[in-house]
Structures are given as structure tokens and as C-alpha cells.
Design a protein. Structure first.
Length: 477
């Protein structure tokens, strides 16, 4: 089967969050299963052309957006059995960052129209076009409205995966004819409308053949107004075509036995080596705490979604009780500052790294005892699964994929538990759970058992790969 992933980011070329990991790892898994997979994404200005990675120019494709005559230079490269198509346009994508610009609506309209025009121009005819999040959300609508009668497009099927319902790609209805050449009636009759805007994610939900999200629990949450950020109504109408498939993590990249970023590698049988990694990390980051005292960490985008409001008081709790803390991430300025203030108060036992640093993140996962991830909402979450594989016990709130991947210790279930959980988004519960984790650290027998359970858990992509393939097969005749 031929599958084309449409995404705004994919590892190893461009990443700001979990979306990039998932697009890449899922594509790799499908390629291993023998499918023909390609990914199409923007060629951002900061994608590096490394000498050992040949990126070849293949064609110039015209992309008129209303009166704006644009074109996309299509580049192609192969990585791990996946074909990547990179769409270059200096005006839209030749910038430092990926998102957050005033003209994002226009940039991703360009991307969506370019994806369709590229398929036509280069005769790329996938059986399934798999759209991720809102960025290419208009692609199914575009093709079904404008091209479905042509032989080239009429059998094509569409899947949309919702990774994050907090971003829906809303825009003014006048832009529908202007950018997409789609008649305003599609807004007026409600098809593409949510409140008073066109909504690209809703468009994908309406026009895709199958819709899914990245964990079973989040699939349930998406059927409620809070969980779906308002898209529950339309998802309920598509309920029969909607499901949750739990993400995995990339077992090649995240493997403490082979991880080239670690000073000391280790596996399930010798998790004690984590202490050596802790010592090295303490040296690297200037932490003066004793290596026998616990290390709590967080590797995350520092945004409201991630529960930083709860982590801040929990950090104080840990530091007051003699533990150590490392935070790696970047995001909202207020959070960065709050963390910096805490670090200044406890300079010997807390370190922060503001920014994205993948090798350091690996070392932090390996060196830590506990991992904070008390998200407000979390469609799947990847950090908690990486932590488990590295023998670091996650402390999570039971939301979305966190609920589906962490079994909380309750004082009796040490045969199965592999982390700590609480339900309410509330400082009280966060502190209580953090203190409970600290207690178990003193009770090394339980702590080691939980750590072993975490390391033995299987979160690779094999299950999810099969489920996606089954989903595709259910629509491709
Ligand atoms: C988004 C979600 C996160 C999920 C990731 C990959 O970043 O917020 O929960 O793990 O997408 O699906």
C-alpha cells in the first residue's frame, strides 16, 4: 500500500514536539511492514543540509493562492526506507521557526494546496493520504471538493490523526475562496464552520474517511466539550469512524543499551549504572548534591498544557527534602523565569537548560530517578514512555495517554506498577504524590521493583503499526 503522510514536522529533519517523533517512527514502522511510505512537509529555513544526506531537487510546482502566484520547489530525500518530499518556498518557509507567525493561515494554505498540486504534477498517487493535525487539515476537503471526479483522485482515501486539539487552524471565512478557491457556501452551510471561523481541523474531521487520536483515553476525552476544545459535536457525528491508537516510542533512538549520548550504557539487568550517569550529569550541570539522593527531572515544552504550575511547587518540595532537580525545555517566558528563580534559590541542587538539546535530554532520562509530567491534557505523551524505558519513574496526572501508559503505585501493586499517578489537577495532589515517590526512594526494595517494571514495559511501535495498517486497509478496497 502507498501511504503519504502530510505533516508540518517530522524527525529527523524538523522537530518542535512529539508530533515529529510520531510521524517519523510510524512511517519507519510501516516501511518495515513492507508498505511504501512517504512524508511531505515544508522545507524550513533551518533544516540543515548535511553532507552525508543527499537532498535532491526534483521539480518546480505551481501553487496559485488566489491572485498570489507562488510556486513550491520540491526536494526529495530517503531516510530509513521513507521518502521525504520537502516543499520549499523562501517567502513562506525560509524562516527560523516553524509556527507562530501572523501569516500562518496563509503559510499552511500554501502548504495544503502545494501538497495537492505536487501529487498531480509528480503523479504521486497514494492509496491513503494521512494528515497529521490541522496544518494539512484542508487537504482532504480540497481534493474531495475540487478533484474527486478525476480518475487520478477518485479512489484516494484520507485519514486524519489528531495529536493536539488545542490547535485547530481557524481562519476568516473570506480566506476560504481567497486562498483555497473553495466557495463560501461551505462555510455558510456549516460544513467547514466552527463558531464564526473556518476551522481546518474540523474540515479534516468532516472530509476524512477515518479519524483517530493518539490514545484510547484521549479518544474518549475528545467526545467531551472540554477534552475536544469544542470539536466534540462533529466528532460525535463521525463516531463510527473514530478511534484511539496509542503511540509508541522509537526503540532505536531511545535505547539505554545502545544510546550514544550516554556516558554509561545499561539495560534491564544493570539499572544500577544509572547512578554513574547521575554522577556524570551532576558534574556536567554543576549539581553538588549527593548521588545517593534522588533526582527528579522534566524534559518538556514549557507551556500551559504541560502542568508546569504543578511542577513548580513540587520542585520546592523535592529541594526542601534534599533531592535534586533538572529541567530541560523552553517555552513561555513566565515559566522560564519562575524556574530560573528557583534555580537561583537552590543553585547547588537544581539545574535548568532553556532550549532544545536532544543529547542532554537523553542523559537526563538516563540519570534521573523520577520524571515529572502532570499535564493538564496530554493526547498521548512521549516523555513518560521514554522515562520508563530508561528506568525513570514517571509522576503523571491521569489524563489522555498518560492514563493509558502509567500504572500508579498504590502501596500494594508493586508487581505491576511502573510510576506514580494522581487524578485532580491540583497542587495538593501533586505534592502528595511527589512526597509518596520520595518515600518509595527510601524503600529501595519497592523502588527497584517499580523501576524494573518500567524497564520491562513494551512501548515500541509494533502494535500501533499494525493498528494503523488495519485502519488503512479498512478503507482501501
Ligand atoms: C502532541 C500531543 C502529545 C502527543 C504528541 C504525538 O504533541 O500534545 O500528547 O504525544 O502530539 O502524538
Amino acid at each position: 500500500m502507498k501511504i503519504l503522510m502530510v505533516a508540518s514536522e517530522s524527525s529527523p529533519l524538523a522537530k518542535t514536539g512529539g508530533l515529529a517523533d510520531v510521524v517519523y517512527a510510524l512511517s519507519k514502522e510501516l516501511a518495515i511492514l513492507g508498505e511504501e511510505v512517504s512524508v511531505v512537509m515544508p522545507f524550513y529555513g533551518n533544516i540543515k543540509r548535511s553532507p552525508d544526506q543527499e537532498i535532491r531537487f526534483v521539480a518546480n510546482v505551481q501553487v496559485p493562492l488566489g491572485w498570489r502566484f507562488q510556486n513550491a520547489k520540491v526536494y526529495k530525500t530517503f531516510i530509513d526506507g521513507i521518502t521525504f518530499y520537502l516543499l520549499e518556498n523562501e517567502y513562506y518557509f525560509g524562516r527560523e521557526g516553524f509556527y507562530g507567525y501572523d501569516d500562518d493561515t496563509e503559510r499552511f494554505a500554501f502548504f495544503s494546496v502545494a501538497v495537492r498540486n505536487m501529487m498531480q504534477a509528480l503523479k504521486i498517487k497514494p492509496d491513503v493520504v494521512h494528515v497529521h493535525d490541522y496544518h494539512g487539515g484542508m487537504v482532504p476537503a480540497l481534493i474531495k471538493i475540487q478533484n474527486s471526479r478525476t480518475k487520478f483522485f477518485n479512489k484516494m482515501k484520507f485519514v486524519v490523526t489528531i495529536h493536539n486539539p488545542a490547535f485547530q487552524g481557524e481562519f476568516h471565512p473570506d480566506l476560504l475562496p481567497d486562498f483555497y478557491d473553495i466557495r463560501k457556501e461551505y462555510f455558510d452551510d456549516g460544513t467547514l464552520r466552527y463558531r464564526d471561523k473556518v476551522n481546518a481541523l474540523k474540515a479534516a474531521i468532516v472530509f476524512a474517511d477515518k479519524i483517530n487520536t493518539v490514545s484510547p483515553t484521549h479518544a474518549e476525552e475528545l467526545l467531551t466539550p472540554e477534552g475536544s476544545k469544542g470539536l466534540d459535536g462533529i466528532l460525535k457525528l463521525r463516531k463510527n469512524d473514530f478511534s484511539g491508537i496509542l503511540n509508541g516510542i522509537d526503540y532505536d533512538e531511545f535505547n539505554p543499551q545502545t544510546d550514544k549520548h550516554l556516558p554509561f550504557r545499561y539495560g534491564k539487568t544493570r539499572p544500577g549504572i544509572k547512578t554513574k550517569n547521575k554522577l556524570e550529569l551532576f558534574k556536567e550541570l554543576g549539581i553538588k548534591g549527593d548521588v545517593d539522593t534522588p533526582l527528579f527531572s522534566m524534559v518538556s515544552r514549557l507551556t500551559w498544557q504541560k502542568g508546569i504550575d504543578l511542577v513548580l511547587p513540587a520542585i520546592v518540595e523535592v529541594l526542601e527534602k534534599g533531592g535534586n532537580v533538572v529541567v530541560v525545555g523552553s517555552g513561555e517566558h513566565g515559566y522560564e523565569q519562575a524556574l530560573e528563580e528557583l534555580r537561583a534559590r537552590y543553585p547547588d541542587r537544581m539545574a535548568i537548560y532553556i532550549g532544545y538539546n536532544n543529547p542532554l535530554a537523553h542523559r537526563v532520562y538516563a540519570a534521573s530517578d523520577f520524571f515529572f509530567m502532570p499535564s493538564l491534557f496530554e493526547p498521548c505523551g512521549i516523555g513518560q514512555m521514554i522515562a520508563q524505558r530508561y528506568g525513570t519513574l514517571p509522576i503523571v496526572r491521569t489524563t489522555g495517554g498518560l492514563k493509558d501508559t502509567v500504572i500508579g503505585y498504590d502501596g500494594t501493586n508493586e508487581d505491576v506498577a511502573d510510576g506514580f499517578v494522581f487524578d485532580n489537577y491540583d497542587e495538593y495532589w501533586m505534592k502528595l504524590t511527589t512526597n509518596y515517590a520520595l518515600e518509595q526512594y527510601k524503600n529501595q526494595k519497592v523502588f527497584k521493583k517499580l523501576r524494573r517494571n518500567a524497564m520491562e514495559k513494551n512501548n515500541d511501535w509494533s502494535e500501533a503499526g499494525k493498528k494503523y495498517l488495519a485502519l488503512y486497509k479498512s478503507i482501501v478496497k
